[in-house]
Design a protein around this ligand. Structure first.
Ligand SMILES: [Zn+2]
Length: 236
């Protein structure tokens, strides 16, 4: 009798684990593969910037994008939007795509479900004070749970994954040449970058500007289209 009870509890825990973590993880992998195929078939590069906006780096990125007459996708954090509202307004004025990356970047795998849910809800609420045309949600740290998934679906938003991590937030990031080679090899890609300010020794800010510049050159000289994430998935 006791062993049946333990077995039942064990099965419930396994089911919970599969539904809460594994199913969303599989959905993420399917989403990434879909984006990989889209970028390859459209020969497209999507520039995405997370964790901003910042008064230091975002305006420099906007200037670069404007000089090259291209649009990017910015996944903003609610608390940074509140800190740099003027910069967020500038992103909007330049007609870039803006979407939510939560309020304070809580990792849904390491947070209590109701705290992660609140962070997501607050992020959408803050973004709603800037725009009502946001389409995507990019989970902080790329960590998705069933709770996040249900909230995103109920809000009729889409998950905004990436296919190539520029590693710009790593203490030791890959070289710009390696990143460009990766984009070339994959026939395009949704590039993960970050536009929050960094002042650590590896100087991430300059790296982000440098890879943005090199990706735009690659697009210009090798015939890649530069699209927003919305344009990529909607096929325009
Ligand atoms: Zn992030």
């Amino acid at each position: 009798m006791y062993s049946n009870w333990v077995l039942g509890l064990f099965l419930v825990l396994i089911c919970f684990f599969v539904l809460w973590y594994i199913l969303p993880y599989v959905i993420r992998k399917i989403g990434e593969e879909y984006l990989r195929r889209r970028t390859r078939s459209l020969r497209a590069i999507v520039l995405t910037y997370d964790d901003g906006p910042s008064a230091e780096l975002t305006p420099k990125i906007l200037k670069l994008l404007d000089e090259n007459d291209v649009k990017a996708t910015f996944f903003m954090l609610g608390f940074r939007l509140n800190q740099s509202r003027n910069v967020a307004l500038l992103v909007k004025e330049y007609c870039h795509e803006i979407s939510s990356h939560s309020q304070s970047h809580l990792n849904a795998w390491k947070s209590l479900p109701w705290k992660a849910a609140k962070d997501l809800r607050m992020g959408f609420r803050t973004l709603g004070t800037l725009t009502d045309s946001d389409v995507f949600f990019r989970p902080p740290h790329g960590k998705l749970t069933l709770g996040t998934l249900i909230q995103v679906w109920l809000r009729r938003k889409r998950l905004g994954w990436w296919t190539i991590d520029s590693t710009d937030t790593h203490a030791v990031h890959m070289s710009a040449e390696k990143l460009i080679a990766c984009v070339r090899r994959e026939g395009g890609g949704v590039i993960l970058m970050h536009d929050h300010n960094r002042d650590h020794p590896s100087n991430g800010n300059e790296f982000v500007l440098d890879i943005t510049r090199q990706l735009l050159e690659l697009a210009r000289f090798e015939g890649f289209r530069v699209l927003t994430l919305g344009q990529l998935v909607d096929g325009s």
